[in-house]
Design a protein. Structure first.
Length: 400
């Protein structure tokens, strides 16, 4: 059962699937829903399996919902101000009883509509129509969004990523720099581990004259012309505002993607990355009264400390976990022991492991990557930290 540690101070209300819920004004939608013990927020695209928030950094689809008539809104990147109408999308019935989940029963090992009954004219046509009906990411918006012209800005230095490395770079570059981060708050994981240090870095960067933007997502990097050394354009979105930045120096400090569990049913609602759990803690939300910790890492160590009174087990060797237990949400783990296996009852599982570098923007900008066992793909850098002409990488995304 998810709950709040402290009473609401600026209470607002919103609707979730017809139920009136309360939230702290300005907090993320996911925080409000987990605090209301709502972990099942979505269904998987094709087989309609239960999904919930895992990363709280817009890297999974477990909190993708319809908000005020707009589909595919990520709850972890949406603040609640009161009066919102939030609905589960891509279901027939409700999020708990989704009739389209019958496809999971009929095709427990998955379904490939392109090959199922391929060559059988009538049957193949029916299967493809069925697949289009039951799969998807919600219906079109209730109203067409207004067309807005993108703002264009020329900047000397553009920094993407507002964690420790990004903020330090912004302070060093000063008034020449503009920093973008897709999080609701700047600071990255540093804010979760050492919030005061993150705050001071932000103050120093602003004092140096750098412009800092939170809640702004860099969607893509484009090189002008065919020359590999041409100027770079970065398309960024903040709410309904679109900005096209043009720069000759792009500094990437995009961090890492959270490790995901490899044990069976590890995608059940109620399984969180350690970073996500610390985000909940920062918002004074506890995901459950009984919490199991799986894996190793400094983020999980912080979770063990902050949720100490609720932790019922810590399994450092994640390979010992056979599978998660639950139907609509996690209810525990089955773990191998010396004499067989045992079940650990828990309403939430917090997982940590080796993260993988977020290299995607670097590749778009022309960088090469190399695969490192145990880490994943990492941008290849020269002696100056340059991944491509005018593109530099720093921080944990370099796996240094």
């Amino acid at each position: 059962m998810g709950f709040r540690r402290v009473p609401l101070t600026h209470r607002v209300e919103f609707l979730h699937d017809g139920d009136l819920l309360e939230a702290e004004r300005g907090q993320s939608l996911v925080h409000a829903l987990v605090a209301a013990d709502r972990l099942l927020l979505a269904r998987s695209t094709k087989l309609h399996r239960p999904r919930g928030p895992f990363c709280l950094r817009a890297a999974c689809d477990g909190c993708s919902m319809r908000v005020n008539g707009v589909p595919n809104v990520l709850g972890c990147r949406t603040r609640v101000y009161g009066g919102e109408t939030v609905e589960t999308q891509n279901v027939l019935g409700s999020r708990e009883v989704d009739l389209l989940s019958a496809t999971d029963f009929l095709f427990p090992r998955g379904m490939d509509p392109h090959r199922l009954f391929a060559g059988v004219r009538v049957a193949s046509t029916v299967v493809n129509k069925l697949a289009r009906r039951i799969a998807g990411l919600g219906k079109l918006p209730d109203e067409a969004a207004p067309v807005t012209e993108a703002r264009r800005r020329e900047v000397d230095v553009l920094i993407v990523g507002g964690g420790q490395s990004g903020l330090e770079l912004a302070a060093a570059e000063g008034s020449r720099a503009v920093l973008l981060d897709d999080g609701l708050e700047l600071g990255g994981k540093l804010r979760l581990l050492r919030p005061e240090t993150a705050r001071v870095l932000g103050v120093e960067a602003r004092a140096a004259g750098a412009e800092l933007f939170s809640g702004m997502t860099a969607l893509g990097v484009y090189r002008e012309g065919d020359a590999p050394s041409g100027a770079l354009s970065v398309l960024a979105v903040q709410g309904e505002r679109v900005t096209l930045f043009r720069t000759r120096r792009l500094l990437l400090a995009t961090g890492c993607h959270d490790a995901v569990p490899r044990f069976a049913s590890g995608e059940l609602p109620g399984v969180f990355s350690a970073r996500a759990a610390l985000e909940l803690d920062a918002g004074n939300v506890v995901p459950a009264l009984r919490i199991a910790l799986v894996g190793r890492g400094p983020l999980l160590d912080a979770c063990a400390e902050r949720f100490a009174r609720y932790v019922v087990a810590r399994i450092e060797d994640a390979e010992r976990v056979e599978h998660a237990v639950g139907t609509l949400a996690v209810r525990g783990l089955v773990v191998r022991t010396g004499g067989g296996s045992e079940r650990i009852d828990a309403g939430a599982v917090i997982f940590d492991g080796t993260p993988s570098p977020a290299f995607e923007l670097a590749v778009q900008a022309g960088a090469r990557t190399e695969f490192r066992p145990g880490t994943g793909y990492v941008p290849v850098l020269d002696a100056d930290g340059q991944a491509a002409p005018g593109v530099y990488c720093a921080g944990s995304m370099t796996a240094a």
